[in-house]
Write a protein that binds this ligand. Structure first.
Ligand SMILES: Nc1ncnc2c1ncn2[C@@H]1O[C@H](COP(=O)(O)OP(=O)(O)OP(=O)(O)O)[C@@H](O)[C@H]1O
Length: 223
């Protein structure tokens, strides 16, 4: 069995306190490996985004432990280790597309010329090189999401997490974005988790984690 990129042991995450407390994730165990290709499904409010944030190191569990044994520790503050594609527009408005894709690399200390080259390459692979000079406000939803995927590709992460990456896209763009994510995971030998409501997206992935009221209800391995 291959190394575990991320692992949750007895993880719970409670928001709020007292009578207002909401247990978003409840006593959850899971592991993500380089070969993981997981559709994380479940109804709205079942805890999918919370789990994605915990696995990304963007949030901490209330109890239990999230660890990243195969990533050399928590990804927090280490750009390029974990790549996250969010549901909504996540591009910085004042920066053009190329600058948006290069920014995480610059923050990680990559030299500007190298960051520009890697950003250009990622935009080409995502099929949006012609948009390099455009501002986010000039992009369609599908174009913006492909740029967001390019930004993840550019940093060559070992773990790719996508939270409803196709929620605002039509069928053609939805399929393109999912294909891009799967191809990127294969190329980078990265683990991939896509949180989605969309059965057509989930069916593209061989593994299924089903969240139900904060619990990981069923882990189905389709192939
Ligand atoms: N910052 C927060 N403060 C309080 N409650 C929160 C917060 N974030 C999430 N919750 C609650 O935690 C539960 C799980 O939310 P989460 O966003 O993880 O679910 P989800 O499955 O991703 O939902 P959706 O599919 O609608 O995005 C919900 O009841 C939600 O209202």
């Amino acid at each position: 069995m291959s190394e575990e990129l991320a692992r949750c042991v007895g993880v719970s995450r409670t928001y709020g306190q007292g009578t207002a407390a909401v247990v978003a994730v409840h006593s959850l165990d899971c592991a993500v490996r380089p070969a993981s290709r997981v559709a994380l499904t479940g109804r709205s409010g079942s805890g999918k985004s919370t789990l994605v944030h915990l696995l990304a190191g963007l949030d901490q569990p209330t109890t239990g432990e999230v660890s990243w044994p195969g990533l050399g520790g928590a990804p927090t503050g280490r750009p390029g280790v974990v790549g996250v594609v969010f549901q909504g527009p996540s591009l910085l408005a004042p920066l053009d597309v190329a600058e948006n894709v290069a920014l995480p690399l610059l923050l990680a200390g990559v030299r500007p010329a190298d960051a520009d080259a890697r950003a250009g390459d990622a935009l080409r692979r995502a099929g949006v090189a012609d948009l390099a000079g455009k501002l986010p406000e000039e992009l369609s939803g599908g174009q913006a999401q492909r740029v967001a995927v390019a930004r993840v590709l550019a940093s060559a992460p070992r773990l790719i997490l996508a939270d409803e990456p196709t929620g605002q896209l039509d069928a053609a763009h939805r399929d393109e974005v999912v294909t891009l994510l799967i191809e990127a995971a294969e190329e980078l030998r990265a683990g991939l988790i896509i949180a989605t409501h969309d059965a057509r997206v989930a069916d593209r992935l061989p593994q299924r984690w089903i969240m139900d009221d904060g619990r990981l209800q069923e882990v189905r391995q389709a192939c």
